[in-house]
Design a protein around this ligand. Structure first.
Ligand code: ADP
Ligand code: MG
Length: 705
């Protein structure tokens, strides 16, 4: 029987959060630390020592043996190096458990092997991790035991950001400063801080571990590189929100328990569209915490899956022919005293502050659409964006009927006098309660959709960190706020000036609004007429990082320097080339060592069958064997030809030194060569004896979890 789980009891038990700090720190120390956390005051070393000691005692009571500075290098995943608490043995041979303030606030991993995109030559190996006390420390329990994890930022010797966290924290400061200026203009003197909040919805696949281990493509690349479609895909829509199978359910239960212990508010779970696909969403949190928590969600999904004899696939497109996985990034701006700046209220046409903020967001997204697109660029995501299962690669905004109507009134008549209401939902059944509808329906094809009191950025890939998209959102909106505040703070007649500004921004940037079907070809053409950028692949998107426009934006707010941006562009190109290279080599390996030998055996079998049947019974019909023999041999020859071509293309791409040119070459030449190899192999899979096929099929992987 199911053991009882008390979520309230276990929630946060492995987090050194506010409650633990209050309980274990002297009052004065607690208050000083709070000042650092809440107001950004510098941390005093004496305080750090006391905090470190209390944190160590707490962690040891929980069974922790080691601590680690937990950071987020530009690989997109987290990194950690464990140090045990033990000191050098004393004269009596005993060790003490030690952890100083210095060890808490500063670490120096030998970081020369993390991607730095030329920011640091390998001989300048120093990199420092510094405690981000705004995200609480926690204990992770894994096979290595219990480890105290201290969330940190990671910088080079010269202070350049080598991670995803540092720019995020910088962008939070920028939007806080600029959003407060807007609030003050509207007479708000009480809110002290504006914080971006994020709720990322995480999609993933589960497959059986034993089958996973029989597929080199899943092992090396996280996705299948070959595989014929099974007789059934997702066409019946019977998996979406369907009953959760026992094995998957017990996995989800353990995931929730682990996450709750870590203070992650795992809230929603359901089956997704594709067979074998699921989703987990937490309750939204302050963005830097949301970023950390999303990393914990991803690593917990993976580790718990292994304990259940499963593997969790976070790749954006593990299987061709069924939907891939993304991550919806729900973003809003909230004050420390609980006001959501994106809440339009019941009558948005009267809510001038909201309309100004909305107009600024339209301006920001229209001005920097390429940057938003780039922030969702990931090699795996190239297989989704624009592929009729995820938003197109063209960035646009969906506002819905109500806001659209308000903007329309403003632009056409200069004034907005009414807001559309949702009205009642009529089901035609007398016994069902009548519900008040939202004023706006949803649009599932839009990359950037307004949903009640938040924007949902839907282009993100499932395995990517959510840090970057939020850096972009914070930065571009901060810029729009800054420009608006610069004008309005000097206006003689504020009411008139704000009214004019809203109208001006809407008129100028309306082209970014699109409420229709984002999957249609008409939209691609319409977007081109409107002059909106369409950057179909990651390689097309990367240049957006280093345009003068982007550098000016980021340098203005001290979020990235030009060098930091250039390094990120370089890492992106390298990542693209490396991922495609591994994929190509995996295909070469599988085709050469597994598939071709299996097909040769199958052909041998057909030939043997023909020979032996004919010798026993010359008048028997062996035309089926003959036809299959001809067909299989032809596909085998095509496979071998495509394999040789892929080898040549990969070899040529590998020689190219310029990273941008190299990434382009992988995209333009290696990728098509991979597709050309896959085609005959997938056809062969459909005609070769299943018992001879060297790996589990899509049907085995997707339907037999
Ligand atoms: P929807 O059905 O609109 O997608 P959900 O309630 O399922 O909304 O929420 C999706 C995610 O958005 C969750 O992680 C949720 O916590 C988050 N979310 C809800 N409101 C906000 C908000 N104001 N700001 C940021 N995220 C939010
Ligand atoms: Mg959603």
């Amino acid at each position: 029987m199911n053991e009882k789980v008390n979520a309230a009891e276990i929630f946060g038990q492995n987090v050194f959060g506010d409650e633990a700090m209050k309980e274990r720190l002297p009052k004065k120390v607690y208050e000083e630390l709070k000042r650092t956390i809440d107001d950004g005051a510098e941390l005093n070393p004496v305080v750090a020592d006391v905090v470190a000691n209390a944190m160590k005692d707490w962690a040891i009571e929980k069974g922790a043996t080691h601590y680690t500075h937990w950071f987020q290098p530009l690989t997109g995943v987290t990194a950690e190096k464990h140090d045990s608490f033990i000191s050098a043995p004393k004269e009596n041979g005993k060790v003490l458990m030690e952890f100083s303030g210095k060890e808490l606030i500063k670490g120096e991993p030998d970081a020369s092997s993390f991607p730095s995109g030329g920011l640091r030559a390998t001989f300048e190996a120093r990199g420092y991790t510094t405690w981000d006390c705004t995200s609480p420390a926690f204990i992770r329990e894994t096979g290595t035991g219990a480890i105290l994890c201290i969330p940190t930022a990671f910088c080079s010797y010269k202070g350049e950001a080598l991670d995803k966290k540092t720019p995020l924290l910088r962008s939070m400061e920028a939007i806080n400063t600029q959003a407060l200026r807007i609030l003050r203009l509207f007479g708000n003197t009480t809110s002290k801080k504006v914080i971006p909040s994020v709720g990322p919805e995480q999609e993933y696949f589960l497959v059986d571990q034993k089958k996973f281990l029989q597929r080199k493509d899943l092992i090396f690349t996280g996705r299948t590189l070959f595989g014929a479609m099974p007789p059934k895909g997702q066409e019946m829509d019977d998996h979406y929100f369907g009953a959760i199978r026992e094995r998957v359910g017990s996995f989800m239960k353990d995931v929730n328990i682990e996450l709750w212990k870590l203070g992650v508010t795992a809230k929603t779970q359901h089956n997704e569209v594709a067979p074998g696909q699921h989703e987990l969403a937490p309750i939204y949190a302050q963005v830097n915490i949301a970023v950390d928590h999303n990393q914990l969600v991803m690593s917990t999904l993976k580790s718990v899956a292994e304990k259940h004899g499963l593997r969790c696939l976070l790749h954006e497109k593990p299987f061709d022919g069924v939907n891939g996985s993304g991550k919806h990034n729900n973003w809003s701006l909230t004050t420390d005293d609980g006001i959501n700046l994106l809440d339009p209220g019941k009558t948005p046409h009267e809510n001038v502050q909201f309309l100004l903020i909305l107009a600024c967001i339209l301006k920001a997204v229209d001005t920097h659409a390429e940057l938003l697109r780039e922030s969702a660029a990931d090699v795996g995501n190239d297989h989704r964006l624009g592929a009729h299962e995820a938003p197109p690669a063209i960035i646009s905004i969906f506002l819905g009927d109500q806001l659209d109507d308000v903007l329309e009134q403003l632009v056409n008549t200069g004034e907005a006098h009414r807001s559309l209401k949702g009205g009642k939902l009529h089901t035609g059944v007398a016994t069902l309660p009548s519900l008040v509808k939202d004023a706006t329906d949803r649009n599932r094809t839009s990359p950037f959709a307004f949903t009640n009191n938040k924007f949902e950025f839907r282009s993100l890939g499932s395995r990517d960190s959510v840090a970057e998209p939020n850096v972009v959102l914070n930065a571009i909106v901060a810029e729009a706020f800054q420009e608006a505040a610069d004008r309005l703070e000097h206006a003689e007649n504020f009411d008139m000036a704000v009214h004019d500004l809203i109208k001006e921004y809407i008129a100028k940037h309306r082209r970014i609004i699109f409420n229709g079907n984002g999957y249609s070809q008409e939209w691609v053409e319409e977007a081109e007429r409107r002059g909106l950028p369409n950057l179909p692949s990651m390689v097309d998107a990367i240049p957006a990082l280093v345009t003068d426009k982007a550098v000016a934006l980021y340098e203005k707010f001290g979020i990235y320097t030009r060098a930091e941006l250039e390094s990120r562009a370089e890492i992106q190109y390298e990542t693209y080339a490396k991922v495609r290279n591994i994929e190509a080599r995996t295909m070469i390996d599988m085709a050469g060592k597994q598939i071709i030998p299996a097909v040769i055996k199958a052909i041998q079998g057909l030939a043997d069958s023909m020979k032996s049947v004919s010798s026993i019974c010359p008048e028997a019909d062996v035309s089926v064997q003959k036809e299959l023999l001809i067909q299989t041999s032809a596909l085998l020859a095509e496979t071998k030809g495509a394999l040789e071509e892929l080898k040549v293309q990969t070899e040529q791409a590998l020689q190219i030194e310029n990273v941008e040119e190299q990434a382009r070459t992988y995209h333009d030449y290696v990728l098509p060569a991979m597709e050309a190899l896959r085609k005959p192999v997938d056809e062969l899979e459909m005609i070769v004896d299943k018992s001879m096929w060297p790996m589990p099929s899509y049907g085995d992987l997707l339907f037999e979890v």
